[in-house]
Design a protein around this ligand. Structure first.
Ligand SMILES: [Zn+2]
Length: 244
């Protein structure tokens, strides 16, 4: 087989037909949904994704619009990155990570000899997917951004309990001087308030972690595949409870 063939086949935008039941009126309809999107080949798909229009369905019976929560592989060859969106459903993070490792194993077997998989990020919610796309675009390091969130959580431990609140990077309202983060209520998914973090402080964090003895610490904190300050804090709380 010619080199690169499977690689390009695999990473082209792909769709598959599903039978979807409307969550409102239960009417079933056939719908073509994306399995993967390649935003270098089809840049408009990135816009669609950021506007929540990927895998969005409008019911032919009652007109209700909804997004189908199914796995999606986002491929951005320009940034040599992939993001795998895996809706957790009722599963926990550990189960999600195991599923992701199986998926990576399958991907590896599809790669032609000598070609490595690009970096594959793992996200469990649509909001995280959108956030990660923005981080790639802005050339920001997701681990460092999660570290900043970790600082924000620990400095506001009364107000921002990781059990109840998620922190999301907001690219659109971030400026040259400061990053903007939005607080989201986990249960209601409502966006509640805004926090700022100075870019200067972020840059000095970059320098700190660039020093050899500090770099492993960031990887140790967030070994992946799921890189998340909130998941780390929830894990720490669970361990404390076990010890108590
Ligand atoms: Zn309907």
């Amino acid at each position: 087989m010619p080199p690169g063939d499977v690689h390009s086949m695999r990473t082209m935008s792909q769709k598959k037909t599903y039978t979807i039941a409307c969550p409102k009126c239960k009417a079933a309809q056939e719908e073509e949904l994306y399995e993967s999107v390649n935003v270098a080949e089809e840049p408009l798909l990135k816009e669609s994704l950021l506007q929540n229009r990927i895998n969005a369905v409008t019911c032919a019976e009652c007109g209700f619009s909804f997004r189908v929560d199914k796995p999606l592989l986002y491929h951005d060859p320009l940034h040599s990155a992939m993001i795998y969106y895996l809706p957790l459903g009722g599963a926990d993070y550990d189960k999600g990570e195991r599923h992701f490792r199986e998926f990576l194993g399958e991907m590896h077997t599809l790669m032609p000899d000598g070609l490595d998989l690009p970096d594959v990020h793992l996200v469990f919610s649509w909001a995280e997917l959108v956030e990660r796309v923005f981080l790639l675009e802005a050339d920001l390091d997701p681990r460092l951004i999660e570290y900043v969130k970790y600082i924000i959580y620990t400095k506001n431990s009364e107000r921002l309990k990781p059990e109840q609140k998620a922190i999301l990077f907001n690219a659109e309202d971030s400026t040259a001087e400061q990053f903007c983060f939005v607080i989201q209520d986990v249960a209601t998914r409502k966006l509640e308030s805004i926090l700022h973090y100075s870019r200067e402080a972020y840059e000095s964090l970059c320098e700190t972690f660039d020093q050899d003895e500090q770099t492993p610490m960031l990887l140790e904190m967030f070994p992946g595949p799921y890189v998340s300050a909130r998941a780390l804090l929830l894990r720490e709380t669970a361990e404390e409870d076990e010890d108590a």
